[in-house]
Design a protein around this ligand. Structure first.
Ligand code: ADP
Ligand code: MG
Length: 289
């Protein structure tokens, strides 16, 4: 049975916008070895700004952006939302006749009768896009191909959340041994962010299923009897949330599947809510034992 004090702890947490799905999870927060966080939407705001459109061959910026926005309009990914917002014109959805989102890679769609591919270098390579060349940048690059031929890229930038660095610092002070970031984005970006907020480890260029594999690795690498936590914004995160000892989903953008898979749900998008949750857990334990 669950000691009565845990109900008090759960109630206190919920008043602070932290939903804990059971006293066992609150108790587990007292002993955390590794905290793993997703990048986009979790440590960064997930609100991308288009900073450059670079075309290749004879297509102009407006046309490239139009194909991009049409291909992205059905997606809820933060990258998609930013591109559609930049386009800022009406989109005739009847012109999108075939559409497929490939998690952690991008979109394949037929737009105005033409085959559009939009996403990362992996997608371009996998689809054998003609004339494709990758460009090293410290912003997120979204590549675009039309009818199998590379037509250029859109450069977009995200911002680190205000409380990200403080959260990592507090986790350390609360006894967390290792802090990790997982991302499907490129190495240059992952490393830059890790350095800025003092993360211990970063793994980049990961597909959603590779994130699950990394979790399994990290589980094996745990040094204490402490738990492995994953915190994600819920976009493509459900399998990773399920794999963690304690899966934490952040409110806002989170999908139903992610909220379902999570053990703890943070109702706001602030990673520092995890610190509040751990502090509540520590207080609750003092009362219970
Ligand atoms: P993260 O691991 O940072 O949360 P995701 O796993 O959601 O990122 O996506 C990984 C990468 O896949 C992105 O950096 C981007 O290059 C590409 N990608 C995913 N979804 C889309 C999309 N809708 N449009 C374009 N690119 C996408
Ligand atoms: Mg994500």
């Amino acid at each position: 049975s669950i000691p009565l004090g845990f109900f008090g702890g759960i109630g206190g947490a919920s008043k602070r916008g932290i939903l804990v799905k059971g006293g066992n999870y609150l108790e587990a927060l007292n002993n955390v070895d590794t905290v793993v966080m997703d990048k986009t939407g979790t440590l960064t705001k997930g609100v991308f700004n288009v900073i450059q459109i670079q075309t290749k061959g004879n297509i102009d910026d407006e046309d490239l952006l139009k194909y991009a926005a049409y291909a992205e309009v059905h997606s809820t990914h933060p990258i998609a939302i930013s591109i559609v917002k930049k386009y800022n014109q009406e989109i005739d959805k009847g012109e999108i006749t075939d559409y497929k989102e490939i998690a952690g890679q991008g979109i394949k769609a037929i737009v105005m009768g033409k085959k559009v591919l939009i996403g990362n270098a992996r997608l371009m390579t996998m689809e054998d896009v003609e004339d494709f060349e990758d460009t090293a940048k410290v912003e997120t690059i979204v590549h675009i191909a039309l009818e199998g031929k590379y037509i250029g890229y859109i450069l977009i930038a995200d911002e680190i959340k205000e409380d990200a660095k403080e959260t990592i610092k507090s986790l350390k002070e609360l006894g967390v041994r290792k802090t990790v970031m997982l991302t499907g984005d490129k190495e240059a970006i992952g490393k830059k962010i890790a350095k800025e907020i003092d993360l211990d480890v970063v793994y980049t260029d990961l597909l959603p299923n590779e994130k699950v594999e990394k979790m399994e690795d990290l589980e094996k690498k745990k040094q204490s009897k402490g738990h492995l936590i994953f915190v994600g914004d819920g976009i493509n995160d459900a399998p990773v949330l399920a794999r963690a000892d304690i899966g934490v989903a952040m409110g806002g953008l989170g999908s139903d599947a992610a909220i379902e898979a999570a053990d703890i749900v943070l109702m706001t998008d602030e990673p520092s809510k995890l610190i509040s949750a751990i502090k509540i857990a520590k207080k609750t334990r003092k009362i219970v034992f």
